[in-house]
Design a protein around this ligand. Structure first.
Ligand code: HEM
Length: 218
């Protein structure tokens, strides 16, 4: 190991990533500090299960619904992987919101961690984007009409609304272009942006160190 460490600096990377000092939090409060890592873990589960689903999913209005049925009924462990991805999506939103609340109520967003918070807000918006674009993909009645409502709401935004709706739908109506577009957002643009922001977020977390739990002033 000494030979390897001297040439690669691996021990220093290990020390700063996994063996770094963190503040002592006692009792249930300590669990609140696991919410960011839990979000990260669920994101990784979503990436793996999503990649597996993409192997059999067809982003075309004529085949999308049947391809999801095919995954659930014929692919080895298909319904399990689909279920993990679906429940993982809900859990991700819950965990990220709880993580955000813990950071807010402990004042961990204050100096010098403002940029960590801003990167976090970006991540929150990306998670919302994953939920919105993913919801359409099964291409069933619920997905279609929920997305139609969502796109119409976006279209009502003053000034930019019509352009946003146009970019989302890929045309005047919700159809083949919308599904292809949502699929591209869901599996290409959003994951790439999320990975970039997570790297920045974690770099800042490690750079500043984790904040101390707040203490009541007497
Ligand atoms: C994909 C979503 C996210 C992931 C994977 C993630 C990951 C993490 C991790 C692993 C930590 C280390 C400490 C901890 O777990 O509490 C952390 C800290 C932090 N996160 Fe996040 N986070 C995400 C979203 C957010 C959001 C939405 C916000 C706020 C808008 C946020 C703001 C912060 C701040 C300010 C810290 C520093 C806390 C401290 O030093 O005590 N994060 N994040």
């Amino acid at each position: 190991m000494e030979w390897f460490n001297e040439r690669s600096g691996f021990d220093r990377v290990w020390q700063s990533l996994f063996a770094r000092h963190i503040p002592e939090a006692k009792g249930p409060v300590a669990w609140l500090y696991t919410l960011g890592s839990a979000s990260l873990f669920v994101f990784m589960v979503q990436a793996v299960t999503g990649a597996l689903l993409a192997m059999s999913y067809v982003p075309d209005p004529g085949h999308a619904y049947d391809s999801v049925r095919y995954i659930n009924e014929h692919v080895l462990l298909g319904s399990f992987i689909h279920g993990l991805h679906k429940w993982g999506a809900t859990l991700m939103v819950v965990l990220v919101v709880l993580h955000m609340l813990r950071v807010y109520f402990m004042g961990a967003y204050k100096y010098p961690r403002e940029l960590t918070w801003i990167a976090g807000v970006g991540l929150f918006l990306l998670v919302m984007g994953f939920s919105f674009t993913g919801y359409l993909l099964p291409w069933d009645q619920k997905a279609y009409f929920a997305t139609a409502v969502g796109a119409n709401i976006a279209g009502q935004t003053p000034v930019v609304g019509p352009y946003v709706a146009q970019v989302l739908k890929g045309g005047p109506d919700l159809g083949a272009a919308t599904l292809t577009r949502f699929f591209a957002f869901h599996v290409l643009f959003l994951p790439a942006l999320t990975v970039l922001l997570i790297v920045l977020h974690l770099f800042l977390v490690i750079w500043h160190g984790i904040s101390e739990p707040p203490v009541r002033q007497r």
